[in-house]
Design a protein around this ligand. Structure first.
Ligand code: NBP
Length: 472
């Protein structure tokens, strides 16, 4: 008997993905550089399905039915290239290599092009949901050729999370599209987490509520339009009491948030594409500030506002500010996908991305149905903000949102996510932006020219010659 699919790289992710495949009745070939992992998998979980363990690369490849489907789940970067170099010479035209690691989409584009020359399909695939998702149903974002999806789609869809019977897996687009979308998913996740943290900070240090009380507030929110995995786990974390000290758990955790890099990639790529993703950028920077011990120790002596008492601050208003800011962050992230899709000719269905994020992944939420509906209504909309539902929600939230940013500012509670989201909203609303002045300055010192609102053409003012305007 041959395996329909093989997984090489059997650390937590690969092992769980292989088990998920086996549990769904697929015969899975399994392989790992260190053979002990392969043995351990079969010993511990062999009863869950049909595994074909392989010690060598040759054995592994020989155990796969053709066209071969080979999933790589190793550490992203150089290890992925090493594994591709090991297996590609053993494969034949039409075979597929699926990279399920967190690769940078530019690496995926490079690998796809190189393997296409050899007649192989390279399918960079975003897999979200961590180890739990890999085992019980992740959100899967495959790139690569349409042809490869014909052969892989049914398998991947069978192991993906399902919401209302719809699998959280679809063909995202060619070459690096899958890894790109996974990257932006993570960027949005950063923004969402930062906004939740700011809401907590306001309730804690603005309204003076205890973590246990705030946990209750989050539970209530989770029954409404904010319902999501992240809100749910936030309530659980805040309600947790540390076993060692009896203090709220959140108070004994060092206040330094780490990052593995996908948030940073999202922002770097957005800068290259020229897409304003201020919400994601602020979230990445907020983690960065939190980790700068020396900077923070130096800053601790700076004077703050006179904060003698907490203010009246209603959880309902915080909820509105959170929801409005969340809409902005997601709208920005989707614009980044839209821009990359145009740049690379990926033809990504934005509504479908919202659909496959409804389950399995970290940002899974009821909210994503709204985004899908908005793109169903207008697939080419330049921004989600003008969708009927979102525009109305923003309009209803804005007084509370403005009040919350103002209150936070007065109290000295940093809310970079809330305030940058509001600034973006107001910038899009503005009839005139002060960018006119910026452009005039550029023309003054660098002869960068400008356009006028009243006459066609490109102009320059010769400031040194009595401010005479000339056509450039
Ligand atoms: P790791 O990222 O920790 O990678 C460990 C695996 O890579 C082991 O199987 C190891 O083999 C193999 N490997 C390395 Br390291 N160098 C190798 C080489 N030169 N040749 C062959 N194999 C090599 O595993 P993970 O946490 O399971 O993650 C796997 C992928 O999934 C990563 O790209 C990760 O970014 C991505 N991902 C992880 C999560 C998560 O929640 N952990 C979520 C989503 C995506 P060995 O056993 O012989 O050392």
């Amino acid at each position: 008997e041959k395996a329909v699919i093989g997984v090489t790289g059997l650390a937590v992710m690969g092992r769980n993905l292989a088990r998920n495949l086996a549990r769904h009745g697929h015969t899975v070939a399994v392989h790992n550089r260190t053979t002990a992992r392969t043995k351990a998998l079969v010993e511990e979980f062999g009863h869950e399905g049909t595994f074909i363990p392989a010690e060598t690369a040759e054995e592994f490849v020989a155990s796969l039915e053709r066209p071969r489907r080979l999933v790589i789940m190793v550490k992203a970067g150089a290890p992925t290239d090493a594994v591709i170099d090991e297996f590609a010479p053993l494969l034949e035209p039409g075979d597929m290599i699926v990279d399920g690691g967190n690769a940078h989409f530019a690496d995926t584009r490079r690998r796809e092009a190189a393997l296409r020359e050899r007649g192989l399909h390279f399918v960079g695939t975003g897999i979200s949901g961590g180890e739990e998702g890999a085992l019980n149903g992740p959100s899967i974002m495959p790139g690569g050729s349409e042809e490869s999806y014909q052969a892989l789609g049914p398998l991947l869809e069978s192991i993906a999370a399902k919401v209302d019977g719809t699998p959280c897996c679809t063909h995202v687009g060619p070459d690096g599209a899958g890894h790109f979308v996974k990257m932006v998913h993570n960027g949005i996740e950063y923004a969402d987490m930062q906004l939740i943290a700011e809401a907590y900070d306001l309730l804690r240090n603005g309204a003076g509520m205890s973590p246990a009380e705030i946990a209750e507030v989050f539970r209530t929110w989770n029954a409404g339009r904010l319902e999501s995995y992240l809100i749910e786990i936030t309530a659980e974390v805040l309600a947790h009491v540390d076993a060692r000290t009896g203090k709220p758990f959140v108070d004994v955790i060092a206040d330094q948030a780490e990052q593995k890099g996908t948030g940073r990639w999202t922002v770097q790529t957005a800068l290259d594409l020229g897409v304003p993703v201020s919400g994601i950028a602020e979230a990445v920077f907020a983690r960065s500030v939190s980790g700068h011990g020396e900077l923070r120790r130096a800053g601790r002596s700076l004077p703050g506002p006179n904060r003698s008492a907490t203010v009246k601050l209603s959880p309902d208003d915080v909820e509105k500010a959170l929801y409005a800011s969340k809409i902005i962050a997601y709208a920005q992230g989707f614009n980044q996908i839209q821009a990359a899709s145009a740049e690379y000719g990926w033809n990504i269905d934005l509504g479908a991305m919202a659909t496959i994020w409804r389950g399995g992944c970290i940002i899974r939420a009821r909210f994503l149905d709204r985004i899908r509906k908005a793109y169903d209504a207008d697939p080419a909309t330049p921004t989600l903000l003008t969708d009927d539902h979102f525009a109305q929600a923003l309009g209803e939230a804005q007084d509370a949102w403005r009040g919350m940013v103002a209150t936070a500012t007065q109290l000295g509670v940093p809310v970079p996510g809330f305030s940058s989201a509001l600034a973006y909203y107001d910038a899009l609303r503005a009839e005139r932006l002060p960018a006119a002045l910026t452009q005039a300055q550029r023309d003054y010192f660098g002869a960068h020219t400008y356009r006028r609102v009243d006459v066609e053409g490109v102009f320059h003012t010769r400031w040194e010659a009595g401010a005479v305007e000339v056509e450039a």
